[in-house]
Design a protein around this ligand. Structure first.
Ligand code: SAH
Ligand code: SF4
Ligand code: F3S
Length: 470
């Protein structure tokens, strides 16, 4: 892709800022501050996108609410990764017919990955007529212009063309809190794993310029953010489209030079592009957390090939063995799909065997969900759901034992944790994260919120650690 076509010109993004001001003037004409509700489904990339959508809404003069009845503008930022994710959104959309009946001027917007699927856009067009604006992730940067069209034409607007995608710099943003921040470093995916919808809805891989990312992270560090997570569907292929070429490890090295007391995390990584250079860089860095989310998907070479994941079990093991050698304190997590079309019980148990062998700190486990338009959706899938569920339960039980065992090893240790949450549990009123990203329920004073503290771990279970401030 030609970078000139990929990066939107300042004139183009500037036009959107003008639309924000035009809408702000329209809102001011009504004499009351409009309220917006943004609901986010799906992965961190969507969370990051929603923060930009909120930034644009704030520039239009909106304040925010969680009450759908009071909202003037509702935005559902959706996920298409599994059927279940889409069903949830349709449930929410259905409920919004009632709020719109009570408030016919309410504007309802559907955006995100689902909106980019042609079948979904068509279904919304014909059967969800209370939805005013539909736009995919590729069109997010022109949300102000699209919303202006809804206001001035009083008609429904659809912007779901299949584009390969752009990069928009300088979009406004509303971050949540002052502790954790998300920074997208690239967009889209070129991998076309045979089960996955993401490349169809997020377009081709494109990397932001390194200096733009460095400037954003520097600003966040200066503002006192303590954890900055770099986002991309496959951060390990960062920079393949840049000239001169830089890779993800180069980007980490640049970011590591920044001053401040903060941790860098990143997700997700594809094993096919993970490198020893990356692990060496992590090991030598000051800021990069020794935490790696490296989705393996399956422990069976035949299934990996059918998934179009171009690595095998041996290569995966080689990668993590090296990563653990250079970072003995590495916290390793992964994603696994059970019940891929044609997978046999023996093959699923190969995956369970891999899990036993590797001893991940935690796993995100999924039962295969056919996504229309992907190659896997057309494959023969003879195994009944109940059978897949049994394999899935075996996998989860195996991992739960491992997580509980690994967590128990923390008891008695003192770890530096970022205290960043309050809970409803009076026994453990605070929560935090270790450098490796493990959740810790805490006893201690609220004044520690947003800060690093040494925490003595006193107890643990499968999902979390428990501790007190020292
Ligand atoms: N880009 C990331 C994954 C993003 S999607 C990567 O490649 O690692 C997050 C996870 O959802 C995937 O790792 C996979 O385990 C799961 N997933 C994706 N498509 C799925 C499908 N059709 N059915 C079930 N799980 C799926
Ligand atoms: Fe989907 Fe594969 Fe791309 Fe991850 S790398 S987003 S699983 S196609
Ligand atoms: Fe879902 Fe889109 Fe993320 S499909 S997982 S929100 S990239």
């Amino acid at each position: 892709m030609d970078r000139k076509q990929v990066i939107l010109s300042p004139e183009e993004t500037g036009r959107q800022r003008e639309y924000e001001q035009k809408i702000r003037a329209l809102h001011q004409g009504r004499g009351r501050t409009p309220l917006a509700l943004v609901d986010t489904f799906g992965c961190q990339q969507n969370v990051a996108d929603s923060q930009h959508i909120m930034g644009m809404l704030r520039a239009m003069g909106c304040e925010f609410t969680r009450d759908a009845d009071r909202a003037d503008i509702i935005v559902l930022n959706t996920c298409a990764i599994r059927d279940h994710a889409e069903k949830r959104v349709f449930g929410n959309l259905g409920a919004l017919t009632h709020t719109k009946k009570k408030n016919p001027d309410q504007i309802i917007c559907l955006c995100g990955c689902m909106a980019q699927r042609p079948e979904i856009a068509e279904k919304v067009r014909t059967s969800y007529r209370h939805v005013d604006l539909v736009f995919g992730p590729q069109a997010m940067w022109k949300f102000p212009e699209l919303l202006y069209r809804v206001y001035t034409r009083r008609g429904r607007v659809f912007s779901v063309e299949d584009e390969s995608g752009t990069i928009a710099e300088g979009m406004p943003i509303v971050r949540e809190g002052h502790t954790r921040a998300w920074v997208s470093i690239m967009y889209g995916c070129n991998n076309f794993c045979s089960y996955c919808i993401v490349p169809y809805v997020r377009g081709r891989e494109r990397s932001r310029d390194m200096d733009k990312i460095v400037a954003e992270v520097r600003e966040l560090a200066d503002q006192g953010f303590k954890e900055i997570t770099l986002l991309g569907q496959n951060v390990n292929s960062y920079g393949k489209d840049l000239e001169p070429r830089h890779d993800f490890a180069d980007l980490l090295r640049e970011l590591d030079k920044l001053d401040g007391d903060f941790l860098l995390r990143f997700m997700s990584s594809q094993p096919k592009d993970a490198s020893f250079k990356l692990f060496d860089t992590m090991a030598q860095s000051r800021h990069v957390a020794h935490q790696l989310h490296l989705p393996v998907q399956s422990g069976c070479d035949r299934v990996l090939r059918a998934m179009n994941r171009p690595y095998d079990r041996a290569r995966y093991l080689e990668l993590i063995n090296y990563a653990r050698k250079v970072m003995p304190d590495l916290v390793l997590t992964s994603d696994i799909i059970i019940g891929f079309p044609g997978e046999t019980e023996a093959e699923a148990m190969e995956t369970v065997g891999l899990v036993r062998q590797v001893e991940f700190d935690a796993l995100f486990t999924f039962i295969f969900s056919p996504r229309p338009g992907t190659p896997a959706a057309k494959m023969d899938d003879p195994v009944p759901r109940a059978e897949k569920q049994k394999w899935f339960d075996t996998l989860c039980a195996t991992q739960n034992d491992i997580s509980a065992r690994l967590h128990a090893r923390y008891v008695g240790k003192t770890l530096r944790c970022l205290v960043d949450g309050e809970t409803d549990d009076a026994r453990w009123p605070l929560s935090g994260r270790t450098a490796g990203g493990r959740l810790v329920h805490l006893v201690g004073d609220k004044s520690a919120l947003g800060q690093y503290r040494d925490i003595k771990i006193t107890d643990s279970n499968t999902w979390a650690l428990f501790g007190e401030m020292v």
